[in-house]
Design a protein around this ligand. Structure first.
Ligand code: ADP
Length: 494
């Protein structure tokens, strides 16, 4: 922590470690968060943080895809990381994205031509254990001592575990450095990295609260060692402490419940703005919501669906994954097939689920279109035209699609889990309603709620109020950044 002007301007130094960050590299939701949160944290004025400002710096691997985009990051330092009886060289370069210093780590385990995630646990293990250790060591080499180290998911969890080991060894440099780990998706723990951990001389945990099987897997090690565990929604923070969502770590997580909290992600409200979105035909706000119908007409034409603007258009924009309940969705739509509606499904992923969606289109060509690809521009057109977005997720750590949809006046019908439960309000009196929620993971429960939504859609004034309420919600990063900043300040002062 750097104090200036007799503590009038106090600076907290935060190292944000992630495997991906927009706009340099994005594979999934983590890329969105790591691309937005450091910038949002730096932008917070000291007046709302008790006089503190946050010097947040990001560190990511120098992935092949970044080499194509970024010609000349400035080389800063070389150092070596112990590896068995030898060492591996690490090079740190630096660039700056929207005012955030971004350190890029290179070295043999981060090959020049490899994807961000290879899917091979041995290769990914070597890459991300090296990256985590190099990110930590980098702070010492630069003599930039972080007050907080913020890791994300299993890829950077080893940095936190190593930090705790160094603190235990009474290493002066890191004595006052606190740690936090963000859990974006608990089931992805980094299994298969055991050998990589051994190669980098990282010993398994002896903490008896961790189940035996998890004591040499990066994410459980990081969660054991972290001063604070943050999930991307408050509900998910509670859910992971139960057998249904804890992936075998629920008892351990319960034992750490005092150190677990949830903060909902934000969305980029400039990128996702129906009033200015260049990818949609008719821009609109809640004052001229009727223009959505024009977008709907164009979208229905584009997909050769009947231009019947008065029946609800469902949209689904998702990874095709068991998590997202795509199978449940198909059962649900089949159950309500006798009702008037149309649906456009956009997604890629599991080939079986992709085929199941194609089959649904074949069975109901008058109602359903299955678009099996990743298409960001089409997703914008769909958010601006669809009446409801369907999200029957089995679990949802946060979920962005429902927030984007609400900002566009597209009403979510979703399972009440994780971030969906925290961001969508379904109120029996219809005073606060922004969407429709069901609890059970079943097509019975989903179809009942969908019918409730269809019936509400038939009352245009009630529906319009639901849309406007959703559009007026503040899903910007600012609120999330304030929550993170306060968590960091609490941690720092502990
Ligand atoms: P995830 O678990 O996949 O991160 P989220 O709801 O948090 O789910 O975020 C999904 C993001 O990816 C949303 O912005 C959504 O619009 C986008 N998306 C998902 N599938 C597709 C697709 N096939 N084409 C375009 N965008 C997609």
């Amino acid at each position: 922590m750097v104090e200036r002007n007799n503590s009038i301007n106090k600076m907290l130094q935060i190292l944000y470690i992630a495997s991906e960050a927009e706009p340099l590299v994005k594979v999934g939701g983590l890329g969105d968060v790591a691309g937005s949160l450091p910038h949002a944290l730096r932008a917070l004025p000291p007046e709302i943080l008790n006089g503190y400002s946050l010097d947040v710096r990001l560190v990511i691997p120098h992935h092949a895809v970044i080499r194509e985009k970024l010609r000349k990051p400035r080389p800063l330092i070389f150092f070596s990381i112990p590896y068995n009886d030898s060492t591996v060289e690490a090079l740190v370069s630096v660039t700056n994205i929207n005012g955030v210093p971004v350190y890029l780590i290179s070295g043999a385990p981060i090959p020049y031509n490899a994807p961000v995630y290879s899917g091979d646990p041995c290769l990914d293990g070597e890459k991300y254990v090296f990256f985590s250790l190099a990110a930590l060591e980098m702070t010492r080499q630069l003599n930039w001592r972080p007050d907080i180290i913020q890791a994300n998911d299993w890829h950077s969890a080893t940095a936190i575990y190593k930090l705790a080991q160094l603190r235990n060894e009474d290493e002066d440099y890191f004595n006052n450095t606190k740690s936090a780990i963000i859990i974006h998706n608990l089931p992805y723990m980094g299994s298969g990295c055991e050998e990589a951990l051994r190669n980098y001389n990282i010993t398994p945990s002896t903490d008896s609260r961790l189940p035996e099987w998890s004591r040499h897997i990066p994410l459980p090690l990081g969660m054991q060692a972290a001063d604070l565990i943050i999930t991307v929604s408050p509900s998910y923070a509670l859910e992971i402490q139960t057998p249904a969502y804890g992936n075998g770590l629920e008892l351990f997580l319960k034992s750490r419940s005092d150190s677990i909290m949830g903060i909902v992600n934000g969305i980029d409200i400039n990128d996702w703005n129906p009033a200015t979105d260049p990818d949609i035909s008719h821009n609109y706000g809640f004052e001229n919501l009727e223009l959505r119908k024009e977008n709907k007409k164009i979208l229905l034409e584009e997909f050769s669906l009947s231009p019947d603007l008065d029946i609800p258009l469902f949209i689904i924009i998702t990874r095709m994954d068991h998590q997202k309940g795509v199978d449940l969705l198909i059962e649900t739509l089949t159950k309500v097939v006798h009702l008037p509606w149309q649906a456009i499904i956009l997604g890629t992923g599991n080939p079986e689920l992709e085929n199941a969606c194609r089959n649904l289109e074949k069975e109901h060509p008058d109602k359903v279109r299955a678009v099996i690809r990743f298409d960001s521009k089409l997703s914008h057109r769909m958010y601006s035209a669809g009446d409801m977005i369907l999200m029957p997720s089995r679990y949802e750590p946060c979920g962005l699609a429902q927030m984007i949809a609400m900002r566009y006046g597209c009403v979510p019908v979703a399972r009440a889990t994780g971030g969906l439960k925290d961001t969508i309000q379904d109120d029996a009196e219809m005073v606060y309603t922004t969407g429709f929620l069901f609890t059970e993971t079943s097509s019975e429960s989903a179809s009942k709620t969908l019918i409730r939504a269809i019936n509400t859609y038939a009352q245009p004034e009630v529906w319009k109020n639901i849309q406007i309420r959703g559009m007026q919600k503040d899903f910007s990063w600012k609120n999330s950044a304030i929550a993170y900043a306060n968590a960091y300040l609490d941690l720092y002062k502990k």
